[in-house]
Design a protein around this ligand. Structure first.
Ligand code: GRG
Length: 293
């Protein structure tokens, strides 16, 4: 399959849908809507929404039915990046190839833009049409738990608290499972739910998301030490400078590469149940392993 063409087409679809869901820039108060759109349309890879729609396809569903949930996950992801970049967190000046939200709009508006993106995600999800097996309660709970204090925020707390301190491999895995993998797992699960997945399909897609999520963060850690800021569109080398808990810091670069390969194999193995329908997810896992940004 032509994965590059698939990615470009899905990115365009997601961007169009997000544009329709977000209040216009001119909607009062304009500053907050400008700030939300500034970060949301700054050129992210749209990985979480693409995983969501590709998971729906793997389960025999329609991309269109998965699109609102895909957009909700991208809004939450963007909120987490805005807040992560704040001076009180990672204090970053550069994200998605441009100055961070707080650099352009100030800290107060950046906090609020993150808050508003998190909230609009639930507004988008609340309007979704669901198939027979899944209800709004399950979908909303899935999103809330993945982005809440036991998953995404738990990972961020552990990450902040680990700075400058020695960390065990299991401590590191805890951070990555929560900070990164939880959102990827929820993305594929929501896509599967929108496609009326069976319990078996949901279980398999969750195993795929968990392994892929960990692989993705191990690769992110590797790229931080091997790539330039220009290539990444965010400040490279920051993990080392901030003495962050990363795979290369704990097990070294070579072992980290092997771990990313092992996790990618684990992710691909979880897809056997879907046969040819998971071709895109399969290709995506390989592509993420080989990416250089
Ligand atoms: C502030 C609640 C809160 C959470 C922050 C997202 C996050 C948790 C921290 C950002 C730093 C980081 C390296 C997080 C791990 C997840 C990750 C690899 C984010 C970057 O995702 P990409 O590469 O980014 O998909 P784009 O910009 O392409 O969407």
């Amino acid at each position: 399959m032509d994965l590059k063409a698939y990615l470009v087409a899905r990115q365009k679809e997601v961007d169009r849908a997000l544009d329709g869901f977000l209040p216009r820039e001119s909607a009062k108060p304009a500053t907050i809507h400008k700030a939300m759109r500034y970060s949301l349309f700054a050129g992210g890879k749209r990985l979480r929404p693409i995983l969501c729609v590709a998971a729906a396809e793997a389960c025999g569903g329609e991309r269109k039915a998965a699109l609102p949930l895909a957009c909700a996950m991208e809004c939450i992801h963007t909120y987490s990046l805005i807040h992560d970049d704040l001076p009180s967190m990672d204090n970053d000046d550069f994200r998605r190839g441009r100055p961070t939200c707080h650099k352009v709009f100030g800290d107060g508006i950046a906090v609020l833009a993150g808050d508003a993106l998190l909230t609009v995600a639930f507004e988008i999800a609340a309007a979704v049409e669901l198939p027979r097996r899944y209800g709004l309660k399950q979908v909303v709970t899935e999103i809330a738990v993945a982005s809440g204090s036991r998953r995404l925020i738990a990972g961020q707390v552990a990450d902040l608290e680990a700075e400058g301190k020695p960390i065990t491999r299991s401590g590191l895995r805890y951070i990555h499972e929560n900070k990164t993998a939880a959102m990827l797992i929820a993305s594929v699960r929501l896509g599967a739910m929108s496609a009326n997945a069976t319990a078996k399909q949901l279980e398999a897609i969750s195993a795929f998301g968990a392994a892929l999520g960990l692989a993705f963060q191990v690769i992110d850690d590797i790229l931080d030490v091997t790539q330039t800021s220009e290539k990444l569109g965010k400040s490279a080398g920051k993990d080392v400078a901030a003495q962050k808990a990363t795979y290369p810091a704990v097990i070294g670069l070579e072992k980290s590469r092997r771990e990313a390969q092992r996790l990618t194999r684990e992710a691909r193995d979880a897809l056997t149940a879907f046969g040819g329908k998971a071709e895109t997810l399969h290709a995506l896992a390989n592509y993420l392993l080989d990416r250089d940004y």
